[in-house]
Design a protein around this ligand. Sequence first.
Ligand SMILES: NC(=O)c1ccc[n+]([C@@H]2O[C@H](COP(=O)([O-])OP(=O)(O)OC[C@H]3O[C@@H](n4cnc5c(N)ncnc54)[C@H](OP(=O)(O)O)[C@@H]3O)[C@@H](O)[C@H]2O)c1
Length: 502
Amino acid sequence: MKALICKSLGLPDTLSCEDVPDPVPGPGQVVVDMKAAGVNFPDALVIQGKYQFKPPLPFAPGAELAGVVSAVGEGVRNAKIGDRVIGSCQYGAFAEKVVVRASHLIPLPKGISFEVGASFTLAYGTSYHALKGRAGLKAGETLLVLGAAGGVGLAAVQIGKALGARVIAAASTPGKLAVCRENGADELIDYSTEDLRERLKALTGGKGPDVIYDPVGGRYAEPAFRSIAWGGRYLVVGFADGQIPSLPLNLPLLKGASVVGVFWGEFVSRQLPDFVRDLTEMFALIAQGKLRPYISARYPLAQGAQAIADLLARKVTGKVVITNGDAAEVGQAAAAPPPPPAATGAAPATPDGPIALADLHRLAGQSIGVSGWFTLDQARIDAFADCTQDRQWIHVDAERAARESPFGGTVAHGFLTLSMIPATCYELLLGRVQAAQAVNYGLDRVRFVAPVLAGKRVRNRVKVLSVEDRGMGRYLLTTENTVEIEGEEKPAVVAVALAMLM
Ligand SMILES: NC(=O)c1ccc[n+]([C@@H]2O[C@H](COP(=O)([O-])OP(=O)(O)OC[C@H]3O[C@@H](n4cnc5c(N)ncnc54)[C@H](OP(=O)(O)O)[C@@H]3O)[C@@H](O)[C@H]2O)c1
């Protein structure tokens, strides 16, 4: 396959498009045939060795893509060959075939093209998290976006409008400002020729913007902060200018204002359910036409280095993508918000194939099968005892248990067996349902029926009891879980579990 390879650290002209061996997926991984890959500022930093992580040389840059799954590794349940997906990885996306962890895939929603899927998550995810989650931007407030014609900047302009704010876009050329206007900006400032503070004063009647979104840093930061409104929130998003500005701390004091850090990647890994909620809400805004991802240029893989060079030269607006084949093709999976059940037709008695979230109600009352086997060996039992600090001898002291236990050896803690339910239940569900995420929501009833001797294998037989539409693309699923023990008639545990699918 072809890949855009970085063999030595440096500017984009050190990249070359070369033949490299096709990748093979390891356990928990898939290979995605890339149709489009989004170009982001961190790609330009990674190839220069200036980013937070440094991949071993040689490597292909690129952190987000959309395409079609072409190979599936051991243990992957949520994707199969032929699925159209959006994937994220730290690097490697600028290649014809890309290895992605299966947990970092979501289905490409219906009506969304590969190129939008490939360039949406990072830029819009960052700006949505920043404006809604970190700044709590409210309808009627004024938002100033610096670097407003860039990838995250233009996303912030659109999201600011979708949240009901008055948006002031600041950028460096009339052409870039025209793009901001087309994308909904109410007011424009050319900060290469106009005085930022004077213009902000004039545009806000002296009050200043309530929220400032800053992905640029450098020399604009301090004048922008000096203009902020009382109680304002200054979002520190990035330093495209290359200079990390410093701020006299009397300024936040005098304005009763906050300096708010935004680190989207860390937010995703620490607060995954919140990210999934953001994603669901953003796909809903796309479906309603309130967000329109703007792609200004497409570069074939062989010219991928030029895409990164143009980004560094401040020549691009909105998003640019690297393509491989037909990147304008659209996805077939359900978009958020899902259509009402009536629109999806009559339910077949036994649904086959992937099920859209909106069609989840078809599973109510049905058995969805039995998971693979899990061995509850002594190492797993000991690890559970360590993390719960519940070290009763019958679980962890093999010698004493062999002498004194009525079972002739150690047994798995009942709650350890119970804790197998999410993994085994989701194994069945996420391979079958087009959900991006399933979150444990609680237990309704639990019965411990029979002990599980150390070293025994268990598996989970799952029946869906009910499905409740909780709005915003979320579905509350109630399942009956029967954890069977290999070779035994009585189950270990029977439990009714609740899960929120999104
Ligand atoms: N905090 C997070 O979680 C997070 C997430 C994603 C991205 N980021 C950061 O956000 C920043 C913007 O990312 P992006 O993908 O939107 O980049 P982009 O598309 O290149 O946009 C950056 C904008 O910054 C302005 N700029 C000013 N000086 C620049 C310079 N010396 N070189 C390049 N651009 C310059 C440009 O607008 P004008 O020409 O109009 O000034 C450009 O449109 C980057 O620093 C990136 O690392 C942070």
